[in-house]
Design a protein around this ligand. Structure first.
Ligand SMILES: Cc1cc2nc3c(=O)[nH]c(=O)nc-3n(C[C@H](O)[C@H](O)[C@H](O)COP(=O)(O)OP(=O)(O)OC[C@H]3O[C@@H](n4cnc5c(N)ncnc54)[C@H](O)[C@@H]3O)c2cc1C
Length: 336
């Protein structure tokens, strides 16, 4: 089955930077309705034409290997293509997805890889808090909801999306529709690639070391499971607050002696926390920008609980910071 939001056509002069060896992917217009076509005995039908006519119905004949090759040819072409990326975003939670949206929209020339440890992208943004449905965003983050077209209710100082999943599924679909973005989910970042940056032992981050998450979970009981790598001049880490998976990059910076110690996320204070996260989203060491709740572990910022405006706007700021440093880091990265 073809991806619903894309048309696949032969390469044209107007091809984007995201190409497969054999095909060029042309995205449909941003707000165009998703095409729905069913194939009945070789002819293209609409859903309405199929209704009530199931006796005559059959799927197009297919050989199983065609399905395998449809997936593997694309995935391995992407692995090959994105081994050299322009920007890698680690973690596809609300901050990482907001970052990807802003970057891909601003710069269609940049190749953006998102690495997400979980099978399901979205991080903690599928529910609003304590397993409730509604998602609260404090103003002025309502601007981001208007940008991506998510409806909300007004509540004065904040707005409410009827279900957090509406925000997450919407931004996810927008991000994945950009031809210059590739999401590698079920894939963990296991380490950072470094280059010497100064004579005092400082490093520049030059990429990420990845592995299938299921493989990463078995390093204790299986040997010889070497990882894969992606080089990129700018890495944006948004792996969330510390926990079994979170704060990955900043914890690694501490163990590599590039950060003295983690500040440790402080107690809950929504007012202080949201401003701090957005304002301090920045490049922590050369080539590595940290945003979202991972940043609270660096700065010792307060936790904010179930209010998500700071995650969206930290993503906006992370994209802005990335574009500020991109040319300098790319020039450094191109040397080795
Ligand atoms: C159980 C739970 C607890 C919460 N606790 C807090 C809290 O204490 N304080 C608070 O302010 N808010 C909390 N929240 C609210 C809210 O979910 C978070 O603030 C918000 O999700 C953080 O967004 P984020 O994008 O920074 O990170 P997240 O939504 O956590 O997303 C991070 C993503 O990075 C991925 N990831 C992590 N490590 C790696 C890696 N090595 N490689 C690849 N991907 C990786 C994760 O799988 C995840 O999808 C909590 C939510 C939940 C569901």
């Amino acid at each position: 089955m073809s991806p619903p939001a894309m048309n696949i056509s032969e390469p044209t002069a107007a091809a984007t930077t995201a190409t497969l060896p054999h095909k060029t992917i042309t995205p449909i217009a941003k707000d165009a309705p998703v095409p729905v076509a069913g194939v009945m005995n070789g002819s293209t039908k609409t859903i309405e034409e199929m209704a009530g006519n199931w006796e005559a119905f059959s799927f197009s004949a297919i050989r199983e290997s065609q399905v395998s090759r449809a997936m593997t040819s694309r995935y391995f072409a992407d692995l090959n293509d994105y081994a050299e990326s322009d920007i890698v975003i680690v973690g596809a939670g609300s901050c990482g997805l907001s970052t990807a949206y802003c970057l891909a929209k601003a710069r269609s020339d940049l190749k953006i890889a998102i690495i997400e440890a979980g099978v399901a992208p979205g991080g903690g943004a599928w529910l609003g808090g304590q397993l409730f449905s509604a998602m609260v965003m404090r103003k002025p983050a309502d601007a981001f909801l208007r940008e991506i077209g998510v409806p909300y209710e007004e509540e004065g100082a904040f707005v409410v999306v009827k279900h957090a999943a509406l925000f997450t599924s919407t931004i996810l679909s927008k991000v994945l529709s950009f031809p210059n973005v590739k999401l590698f989910n079920a894939t963990s970042v296991e380490d950072l690639i470094t280059r010497p940056a100064d004579a005092q032992g400082g490093v520049r981050i030059a990429g990420v070391v990845t592995n299938w998450t299921l493989v990463a979970m078995h390093h204790d009981d299986q040997s010889c499971m070497d990882p894969n790598t992606i080089n990129a001049p700018v890495i944006i880490s948004t792996t969330g607050h510390d926990g079994p998976f979170g704060a990955f990059s900043v914890k690694r910076l501490v163990s590599m002696q590039q950060l003295g110690a983690l500040g440790g996320m402080r107690g809950l204070d929504m007012n202080t926390a949201e401003n701090a996260i957005v304002k301090r989203t920045r490049e922590i060491v050369p080539g590595l920008i940290v945003g979202g709740m991972e940043l609270s572990e660096v700065d010792g910022a307060n936790r904010m609980g179930p209010t998500f405006g700071a995650m969206a706007l930290s993503g906006v700021k992370a994209a802005e910071e990335a574009l500020k440093i991109f040319d300098v880091r790319k020039a450094e990265n191109d040397k080795i």
